[in-house]
Design a protein around this ligand. Sequence first.
Ligand code: GDP
Ligand code: MN
Length: 380
Amino acid sequence: MKIHEYQAKELFQAVGMPVPPGKVATTVQEAVAIADEINRPVMVKAQVHVGGRGKAGGVKYAENLEAAKIWAQRILGMDIKGLPVNKVLITEAVEITSETYLGIILDRVTKCPVIMISAAGGIDIEEVADKTPEKIHKLAVNPRVGLRPFEARNLAYKVFRDIKLVRQVTDIILKLYDVFWNVDASLVEINPLITTPINQVIAIDGKVNIDDNGLFRQPEIEQMRDLSAEDPSEIEAKKAGLTFIKLDGNIGCIVNGAGLAMATMDLVKHYGGDPANFLDIGGSSNPEKVLNAMRIILGDPNVKAVLINIFGGITRCDDVASGIVAAVKELNPEIPIVTRLTGTNEAKARKIMKEISLPTAPTLDEVVKKAIKLAGLNEE
Ligand code: GDP
Ligand code: MN
């Protein structure tokens, strides 16, 4: 689950990390009132679950109330990378002398939280990692022991020399680790962590992603969920009891089992397609689930073909086939649907597919190739 910058900063503030004063607004009047209260130049910042807001025009400096009003008017209702801006953070503008990147991720390779710090802050850290990885200093923290102060200090020294700055950054790293650990985060990030002309270190941006599997014990974090900022198809899928993640590709995938779903997506990539989603209909074979899955996938205009790959065990292929029939009747899809239904009751299922003239394929390899071909993606 993602939370907004203003919520991340609330978590930072709660552990005593320095962030500029500010509040969130949903209307222009509110924004102006907050700027008035701050009574200094402010930043007007779009609150959306995506990075690079600055480049997209969603982060603006306002010298006075008039400017704050104009920017709030312009940014509220804006669209950033497909996400509508319903909220703006109005926060005191600070003078910047340097921008540092500081982040912690849960690293699957070392199975540890990994802290990263880089003097190349403020900009796209993925690009730094790609082109100049030596500019990022890393430390894997032993999760049983936790982060020790000397380790945080050593990291701070990788980027800073001045002892006054090193002390502040050390403290921030330790506190950021506490936030990461205590909210079951999969990622926490400050980009940029800045220094001011009077040598203060302040977090002026904040990002916190929560591991969904930890949410059951994070009721306060769950309260922060902003449904209006989430992808509508993912919300619908959750209601329908489907495990669904929207992606940017063009082959819609309906699969049973997470492992098989991932293998299917890998093969789609391998043969030159691009999965539009991850979707696991789960172990039961309720036709209703298939219908809901089809509805969600067909609602995505990028999808050029639907690939249904079912390995029937407890899941009965004929039930899935009934779901497909219901979906075809109700939704009248205009794009090709290719199925591979194998395992329990597969003969029945294949007969049903034949009756509604949907193409089938016997193996995973073949169904993927067929889907890509019918989607018209691999014509050369
Ligand atoms: P992002 O683009 O979504 O990562 O949003 P940020 O909050 O990181 O803001 C983008 C950029 O705007 C930062 O890297 C800064 O260069 C600039 N910026 C943000 N807040 C301030 C501020 O208070 N003062 C100044 N001078 N620049 C700021
Ligand atoms: Mn940023």
